[in-house]
Structures are given as C-alpha cells and as structure tokens.
Write a protein that binds this ligand. Structure first.
Ligand SMILES: NC(=O)c1ccc[n+]([C@@H]2O[C@H](COP(=O)([O-])OP(=O)(O)OC[C@H]3O[C@@H](n4cnc5c(N)ncnc54)[C@H](O)[C@@H]3O)[C@@H](O)[C@H]2O)c1
Ligand SMILES: [Zn+2]
Length: 398
C-alpha cells in the first residue's frame, strides 16, 4: 500500500528548521494507509467551497463549538460558503470534552439537514465530535454510546477538517475521543469513512487563540511527537514525521505563546502539530495520554493541561525503556536531555500544574490509574506499567 497524501502547499513559505542526521531508523515492518489531502497556507479558508465542490457536493454541514462562534470564525466560514452559493447547516454546540450527548444531538441535526459534506471546524473537540456525527448519519438509529460496534458499520458522511488550534492533529485520522458521561470514561468513535478527506490548514484562523489555549494545545502536539517517537508502534514513517514535529513545536510553541499575532510562529506551530498528528496516527501514543484521558474524564481538565501535569514524570519513568527515542527527541529539541528541554518549554508557556489544582484528590488516584491501564492508548507505551508504579508516579504530583 502506498502512503501518498496529496499535498498542496504554497511556494515561497519560509523553510522549516533544518534537521540534523537522525541516529534512529527503526526497521519495524509497517503497512501505512494514506491520509487525506492536505491544503496549507494563510488565507486558504477561501478554498473551502472549491474543496467541497471537488467532493461532488454543494451542501455543507458545519460542526463547531460556541467559542469558535463567539470569536467570529464560524461567521467567517459561513460567509465564504454563502458567497460561493453553498447551502449550509450548522451544529455549534460541541462541548469542551465532547460527550456522547453532544454527538447524538449533532447527528440529529445533521440527519435533519440531509446529504452534505461535514465541515469539522475548531479544535480537537469539534473535529472529534464531527467524526462521530458524520458516522452516525450513515447509520440510521445508531447512537454515540454504540461506538464500539460502529468501527465496521456503514460509511458516514464525507468530512473536511478545518482545525483552529495547533494541537491535536485530529485532522489526520478517522477517530474521535469522546466522553461517555454515564460511564465516566473516554470512548473512541471512528470509522475509515470519516477520516478527513481534506485537512485545510489556515494558520490565520489561529491568530486569536488566547495564550493559555495556545499553551495547552501546543503541549499536546509536543506530547504527540515525543510519545510517537517512544511508542512500541513507531516505524520509519512515524519517526520521520515525529522528529520534524518535535523540532517545530519545540522551537515555535514558546514564540507563538509570547506573541499570538506572529503569523510565522503560528504557521510553523500549525505545521508541527499536523506532522505530530501524522506521526501519532501511524505509531500510537503512550502512558501520558492514558493518564491524561483518565484525569480529564474524572475532572474535566482540558486535554493538554492534563497531559502537561504528568508529561515529564512519564518521560522519566520510560527513559531506560526507550533510550534511542529519547536521544532522538533531545536531538530534535537541540538539547542534551529531552526531559530537561520539555521542562523548559512547559515552564516557558506556564502550563504545568499540580494535580490537586486540576481537582485530583487522593481518592481519585486509584480510579485514574485503573482507567489509564485500561485505555488502549497505554498499550503502546515503551514500558508496561503496573498499577502500583502508576500510583507511585502520581502521588508526588498531587
Ligand atoms: N482525534 C485525535 O487524534 C485527538 C488527538 C488528541 C486529542 N484529541 C481530543 O481533542 C480534544 C481537545 O482539543 P483541543 O485541545 O484542540 O481543544 P478544544 O477543541 O476543546 O478547544 C479549546 C478551546 O479553544 C477555543 N478555540 C479553538 N480555536 C480557537 C481559535 N482559533 N480562537 C479562539 N479560540 C479558539 C475553543 O472554542 C475552546 O473553547 C480533546 O477532547 C482530546 O481528547 C483528539
Ligand atoms: Zn493528545
């Protein structure tokens, strides 16, 4: 199988940071699915109608959240679509950690609208919810809580992803992480048909992100790069993406945090986060995400903030099990120690908090450890954790 996504980048864009020769070339076998088409460039949102047209549709159903509506991005996108004469429907109620109820309500609105391309507009929450919504529309009567049975179900609606944060890389894959509020756990919903056919990356849409959200989402991208390098599922392709992702995010996240209006920093960070998504989609992640999902499920903490609380400590726990990967990460961060470099970046963007500040109490440590062990994402961690080891790792972080 080939791995040949169509890319459509503007020429003359500043070159990305130079990459020194890599010490690591994993020879593990792989069978890489192609990802969708990637369109990048400041102002590229203007191309959305043409991209929808290219899929043979004149109708778009936009899925987003109230924050994107409040800052005017939804109106901007709707006017681009209206100017091109496209018919539009909207579901703008996605929550910060999208729930099964969100996906069910969005699917009901999308079913009522009828055939369309789903435009997933926003951060990872909107992108993930949109994938669930697109999938449910193709499966009459299905609900988000049925996610485990939907992986082999009927196709969903075609989807174009327009990320407005530089973090999750959710535009590269066909699954979403949603919260089953009744069961207090994260649920994966997805299907090959809802992998975005196009990822439209317009860094201008990220210029107004508040600094604390730049920090949380950017750290998520850095975790993706580092966990991908150290993942049991790493292969030559994922390492190529992850190394450049860590280089770009490590260098440009502090700059974008300091000056959110710096279009070069925003653009480089957006590319870094996208490459990290390409990496994680091919390799899987690890225990930082296992713990992050569990912390969020129990406290509602934003994804990146939950990851930052345990990132350095999980790296220290994994260090001896993935020395080559950590050397690669250090190399990409132009540092002698990857852990020290991560510590410095997390400090520069002020994102690390004690677990207690996130609402984690001593009695939650056990359920968090259990949930992290049960999360599929933990299986790719380079060192297989026990519950006792996780508790030992978490206790000093309270
Ligand atoms: N599918 C995947 O591969 C994947 C990977 C990692 C994380 N995730 C999921 O993604 C979610 C987190 O996504 P996120 O970190 O992007 O945050 P988010 O989507 O929850 O957005 C955070 C906040 O930022 C606001 N915002 C977004 N873009 C903005 C902009 N351009 N200007 C101003 N405000 C803006 C939103 O309105 C929201 O209030 C979690 O649910 C996580 O589990 C998915
Ligand atoms: Zn993540």
């Amino acid at each position: 199988m080939t791995d040949s996504p169509t890319t459509d980048f503007p020429t003359g864009w500043p070159a990305t940071a130079t990459l020194a020769p890599s010490p690591l070339a994993p020879l593990s076998p792989f069978d890489a699915e192609p990802t969708g088409r990637t369109v990048f460039g400041p102002g590229s949102i203007a191309r959305l109608p043409e991209l929808i047209d290219g899929l043979g549709q004149r109708r778009a159903f936009v899925v987003t959240d109230p924050g994107i509506k409040a800052v005017g991005i939804l109106d901007r996108v709707l006017s681009v679509l209206a100017d091109a004469g496209l018919e539009t429907g909207v579901y703008a109620e996605v929550g910060p950690n999208p729930s099964t109820a969100n996906v069910d309500a969005g699917a009901e609105a999308a079913r009522a609208f009828g055939p369309a391309v789903v435009v997933a507009l926003g951060g990872g929450s909107s992108l993930d919810a949109a994938k669930g919504i697109a999938l449910l529309v193709g499966n009459a009567g299905a609900r988000a809580a049925d996610a485990d049975e939907l992986w082999e179900a009927f196709d969903g609606l075609p989807l174009i992803a327009v990320p407005t944060t530089s973090g999750t890389g959710a535009e590269t894959n066909g699954f979403g992480v949603i919260e089953d509020t009744a069961a207090c756990r994260k649920l994966y919903i997805g299907h090959a048909s809802v992998k975005p056919l196009v990822a439209l990356l317009d860094p201008e849409l990220t210029l107004g992100i508040p600094a604390h959200i730049t920090a949380a989402t950017g750290i998520d991208a850095l975790v993706h790069g580092v966990e991908s390098l150290a993942s049991r599922g790493a292969n030559a392709l994922s390492v190529a993406y992850a190394t450049q992702a860590v280089t770009l995010v490590g260098h440009w996240l502090p700059a974008a945090y300091r000056d959110g209006a710096d279009l070069t920093a925003r653009s480089q960070l957006m590319l870094g986060a996208h490459l990290a998504g390409q990496a994680l989609t091919r390799s899987g992640l690890g225990l930082v995400h296992g713990l992050g999902h569990a912390i969020t499920a129990h406290t509602g903490t934003p994804h990146g903030v939950a990851l930052a609380a345990v990132f350095e400590e999980v790296m220290a726990y994994n260090l001896d099990s993935a020395p080559a990967a950590y050397a690669q990460a250090a190399h990409a961060l132009q540092a002698t120690s990857a852990i020290d470099a991560v510590h410095e970046i997390a400090g520069a963007v002020d994102v690390k908090r004690p677990l207690r500040d996130l609402g984690v109490t001593a009695d939650l440590l056990h359920p968090i450890a259990t949930a992290a062990l049960a999360d599929a994402v933990t299986k790719n961690n380079p060192r297989t954790p026990t519950e006792a080891e996780i508790l030992e790792l978490l206790r000093p972080l309270l």
